[in-house]
Structure formats: C-alpha cells, structure tokens
Design a binder for this molecule. Sequence first.
Ligand code: THU
Length: 161
Amino acid sequence: MQKHNISFELSEVESIAALAPDERNLMQKAIAAREGAYAPYSNFHVGAAVLMENGAIVIGSNQENASYPSGLCAERVAIFHAGALYPGETITAIAITASAKAYTVDRPAAPCGNCRQSISEYETKQKAPIRILFMGAVGPVFIAEAMADLLPLAFNSTFLK
Ligand code: THU
C-alpha cells in the first residue's frame, strides 16, 4: 500500500498590526464588513474582504435566514459578489474575521467546508492561488498561501469530462 503524506505551511502573525500594510488594510475592510452581518440567530458575525488583481476590494458578511440553511456565510457572499462584479478579474486574497456578541473570538475562525469548496472553484477557474487570511475578533492571524492548502484533494471541474 502506498501512503501519501499531505502537508502545508500555515503562517501566523501575532495580530493584525503585524500584517503588511496592504493585507492589514484588507483585514480592516473585513472587520468593517462584519458590521453588515445579519446574524440574529447565531449572533456570530463574520466579515470577509476579497482583493482583486486590479486593486478593487469586494466585501461580504454572513446573511442568516429563519430557514437556517437558506442563509449564507460571509466568504461566499464576498466571493460571489466579487465574481459578479469582476467576472474576468483574478482574485488575489481574501481576509476573514469573526466576532460574537456574547464572548471574544480570540483565535482565527477558519472558513467552513462549503466556503472552502466555493473559493476553490475560483482558484481552479483563474489558475492562480488565493491567499487566505483569517482571524477572530482579536488575536493572531493565520495565513494560507492557497485554498488548495486548506482543501486538499478538492473535487473540481477537471473531473467533469
Ligand atoms: N459563518 C460564516 O459566515 N463563515 C464561516 O466560514 C463559518 C460560519 C457564519 C454562518 C452563520 O451565519 C454563523 O457564522 C454561525 O455558523
């Protein structure tokens, strides 16, 4: 039997202050986007900001629904918003931040599986990696170089022939 050892490098900086100016700005946009979260059921507010190669920044926040599965995560609101506004443009990075009403989210909140799959679609489409920066409300920021790192062995369009 053959064993595959799949690993990737995750970078960590101690806080948003330690990010390079462009990425600090992107995370600040994600923090501001959190204010637009509609999360009356979970009281968990997520903001995301997508950076395009042309310099544009497109935001999203989680939008919940009384019919719970009809709601959508911040990352997918942002990435679909970006795809709709700039269909041919390469996506460079996405910054994600989460806060909660009742407690302090002090560790990076990683994108959920559905969001990983959705972001991965755009990596396949554009044939270029998307940097993923994620944090809680305070504390460290984790940085992955590509969604392919956070979603190894992804299902994608190359299987549909
Ligand atoms: N949520 C996100 O917006 N992004 C994630 O990656 C994880 C979860 C939202 C969905 C829901 O509105 C709330 O957080 C609690 O799950």
